[in-house]
Write a protein that binds this ligand. Sequence first.
Ligand code: ATP
Ligand code: MG
Length: 562
Amino acid sequence: MTDNESKTPTNFIKQIIEEDRKNGKNDGCVQTRFPPEPNGYLHIGHAKAICLNFGIAEETKGLCNLRFDDTNPEKEEQEYVDSIKEDVRWLGFDWNDREYFASDYFRQLYEYAVQLIRDGRAYVCDLNAEEIREYRGTLTEPGRESPYRDRSVEENLDLFERMGSGEFPDGSRTLRAKIDMTSGNINMRDPVVYRIQRSSHHRTGDEWCIYPMYDYAHCASDSIEKITHSLCTLEFEDHRPLYDWFLDQLGIFHSQQIEFARLNLSYTVLSKRKLLRLVQEGHVPGWDDPRMPTLSGIRRRGVPPEAVREFCDRIGVAKADSTVDLSLLEFCVRDYLNKHALRVMAVLRPLKVVITNYPERQTEELEAVNNPEDPDAGKRKVPFSRELYIERDDFMEDPPKKFFRLAPGREVRLRYAYFITCTDVIKDENGEISALHCTYDPATRGGDSPDGRKVKATLHWVSAEHAVDGEVRLYENLFTGEDPDDAPAEKDFLSNLNPDSLQVLRSCRLEPSLKGAEAGTRYQFERLGYFCVDPDSSHENPVFNRTVTLRDTWAKIQKGKK
Ligand code: ATP
Ligand code: MG
């Protein structure tokens, strides 16, 4: 969010806005809005819209409103309103006191509708939903006019008022715009403006039994708020003539709708309807499950907001749909955490090591660097003692050629500590390796050998006696295919769920500095990846979510392209 006014605008929307400002349109002012419907939690796709709308306002010294598009009482809840506010704030944006609800405008919207009726631009129609659909025609066939289309203004005013006062059953009548049943654009074929629906609204309760339709409410709300540029996703392109029609007929402030491509992400579904199914059908425990692409999910996973914003910057804003590779998001996460996360040692699948020539009951404190990328991050002490844990994967009794880590008779470095050599492999009654016996070289304290002796591997470790027990949750993509919607006939995206998306490791051993780590804190576990403390943690036993591994697949993809 750094391109200031003197630079060339970085996307076509900014170019349009820049041009409008130069021409003094709207007195050179810019007012945008982010208009979520509170019918689910926000996802990373919404982050793109948030960064775009709030970002443009920031760059143009304009304002961005937060507006809840709450015109569909059946699906909307206060829980969603609260989560949306939390998520927008988390991303680092502020709408100050400009928090609006389409439902705040219900009275005004009603009056606008009356105006449309008076002007002969809207009529009450007695066709039911099914019939309206039938009359509407298809892409290739024009629609037919409703038999109720030519009611008098007086009759329409009377019927609309009675619709509003609750005289008619749900769905029995609608208010429709009188436009053109033969229009090539189906949206213009006398769209419904108001419907009768007796459901309690999360804010207006039972005050209304008629509710405005989205297309009507949205443009009018934009106008009421004097939104100069109303940015929305591509699927609304065909709705733009209707957007313009309503505002032109009403003769009120005319916001300009501009469409951009929505974010699609590989291995990910970005639709609240589908995400809701994942939650409701129990495929994940909640909206904030760390595998979910919701902002609350990725926050819990450990993704920093800075990385999401960087990601949104890098993907840009275009007019054509495309799918972004998930590895780009991971790259942004790694890039940020590499500079900002403290490094610690944690052993996820512990294998005990006894240093046979190290004095019993002795402990020493070794110095470890908190983050080599950040000189200000300082150093810390890590305890070392005779019994340690290393990663089970870091030892092989009978190693193949390319395995350079610990093996019988081999010497490796323990990070920040000593060189050790494996002398014995201890097995239990089942023949499973239960411990290793090693010797250490006291002259290699700190991890350097005075005689220039080289080792091929450096392992992380934790002192057994000092270790904190913890749980680590490893995540893989929630879906196996790049496009989760690419499912066999008669099946849907759920058939592509990855059965191995979660692996829980319950006997991890963590260095003692991680005791009492606060939920939300992010670390690099040396050699393993980035991890974030989960709210399920207790003071004694932290729980960590793996945010990302250290493998940078994005760089690989870029290299392959060159
Ligand atoms: P969904 O399809 O997930 O249900 P929606 O468009 O119905 O999303 P809204 O609450 O209406 O959800 O969206 C609020 C704003 O966020 C809209 O301006 C919408 O265009 C934008 N938005 C939603 N999904 C994406 C996406 N994947 N990429 C970019 N912008 C999006
Ligand atoms: Mg929507």
